[in-house]
Every structure is written in structure tokens, then in C-alpha cells.
Ligand binder design. Sequence first.
Ligand SMILES: [Zn+2]
Length: 362
Amino acid sequence: MELDSKQLEVLQELVGKPTPTGSEHAGMMVLARRLKEATGLKPTIDIHGNLHCVLDRNAKRTVMLEGHCDEIGFIVVYVDDDGLVYLAPLGGVTVPLCAAERVVIAGRNGPVNGVIGARPPHLMNAEEKKHVAKDDLRDMPCDIGASSREEALSLISIGDSGVVDTGWRRLAGSRVSCRGFDNRVGTFAMCEAFIKLANSQCGSGCNIHYVASVQEEVGLVGGKTAAYDVAPAIGVCCDVGFATDVQKDDKKKIGDVRLGNGAIVAVGPTYHRALVDHFRGIAGTHNIPIQVKGAPRGTGTCAWAMRLERGGAAVAQISIPLRYMHSPVEVIDLNDVAAVIELVAKGVGALDDGFPLLPEQP
Ligand SMILES: [Zn+2]
């Protein structure tokens, strides 16, 4: 199972755009163009910034396909007299990993480059050498090359956002490293599954409503508001999931999840049993590789938002395995992305108004 060349081009273009939480619009426009070109439908963007595309089949039930489009990043909070820029994290940034990284800030007249420097080893005492990377951004100013506050503020403003500047890099085989695969790759996969459904490669008896949501990394914000608006009967969320094939000890906590072994299907109280069984069955029938993950409680994904909004949708979580989550060098296997697209398209394509969502009645 592989992505085609057009899909690869769209994914690469999408992850090439900085889309830190609150500034997702450039990414939404990439997805919107792809949707328009591939389906002829007209996507819209709501007041929060969520992207919507709807396939209305006059059905009773709507299936919401959701993936958040924001990535973790930074926001400018302070500039000192020497022109050094102080950043605060947007979402769960692993701060020590930012040492010696390049940063790009969306400035008033375009991108502004900066670096988060580190003290020369020659000047550190023995104790300091053990703690080169600080864990507080107050100790790690961003150097944009400006010599004064005035010069810095001619380029950037308080409240501008930025990301680490680590782009798309092919590794061996079908593996790729990039910052912010979380979760542009997930929303991309849902967009591609929606396109397959719209082009009737996988017919569905339900209305399908694709949402690329905003601000997941600061509390499922767009997923919540969109789920309220859409009021889906069924919600399918695609996010990234922890691969445990490098830090193997995590298997004891998360389970055995490997890059290249296919889509992660979550099983647990949050997820609708019949819906999850449906996707597992579809995977078996169509030879789509999946890995089942036990999830004891609601995860921090928008499946949780769809589950709890209004009366609550029946939800499934289908994730893309990811190494080094929330670091500048996240790694995926492109074939896992292809497996997720196939599983969602085939699985949702086989749903209709008659799919049994209610348990056996007393
Ligand atoms: Zn995340």
C-alpha cells in the first residue's frame, strides 16, 4: 500500500507550511485546494478556522472525519534591549530539544529566521556540561540577529508565532522525518479518504463531513466546536500515535506499535465497540495492515471531543504510528499513511443509516 505521486506532493506541501496552533490557515488552504481539485466540492472555513468539506447524501446519519491541522510551536512574548526574542511554547513542546535549533517566526513582512543558541562548551563548568539543554525557554532566547529591541520589533511583533525549522527529509525506504507531522499527516490522510469517498471509489450510505480542525494542541478547541456544529452520529478521528519500536520500554505502557506495521486502531471504553469491530473486519477483508492498541481512557485527541459533544457520537480512533512525537524530527512510514487512507475510505464506505449503533435492547 503506497501513496501516489500527487498525494505525496500534497503531503509535502502541507507539512512545508508552518501551521502552529492558532495560525493554521496556510495549511487549510493547501487542503482546500486539494479538495476542490479532486472532488469539485466547495470547502469552507468557519469562524474558528476549521476547514469543512461536506458530501451530502440525504442520509439520516453524518460521519465526521476529523484530523487536526495545527502543530506545536512558539509565540513571541518578550523582546529584550539587546533584541533577543523570548518565546513561550504553543502546545506540548519538549523544551530542552529546542537548544541549537533553527526557528522561523511569521513576522510582519514575512518569515523571520532565528536560532536558539547554546553556550560554548569551553565556558561551561563540569556541572553545567551535564545540563547543556535548559528546560525553560526563559533561559533560551531566540536570536534573530537583531542588535536592539527596536530592530527586532521592526521584523516581528509580540504575539507572532513560529516553529522549529526542520523540514521534510527522506530516510531509508518509505520513512520520512519532518517537524509537525503531528498532525498534518493525520488530517491529510482524512482528506484523502474523503476524496476517495467523494469519488465513489468507496460508496457510503451516510453523509460524510470532513473537518480539518484548529488548536487541538491547546485543548481540542476546533474539534469541540466543529463536533457541536456537525452533530455527527459517527466520528472517526485520525491523529498520530506513539510508535514504541525505538524506546522499547514504552511497549509496557502503550503496547507494541511499530512503524510500517499499518494503521493503529484504538480499543477501549471511549471507542464504540461495533464501529471498531467494523473497521477491524474491513481491514481483514481488504488485507489492510492494522495494529490494535488498548486505550484505557479518553485520549487527548479529537475523538474525545466528538465523543463528548452534545449527546456524543460513536467514535473510532485510527492513528498513524509516529516516532519522536513533539520533537523537531518526527518520523513516519508513508505506507502507514496509505493504510490509514484505505482503511478509513473502505470502512466509512461500508457504513449506512442501518449500521447498528445501539446495544441489544432490554
Ligand atoms: Zn500533538
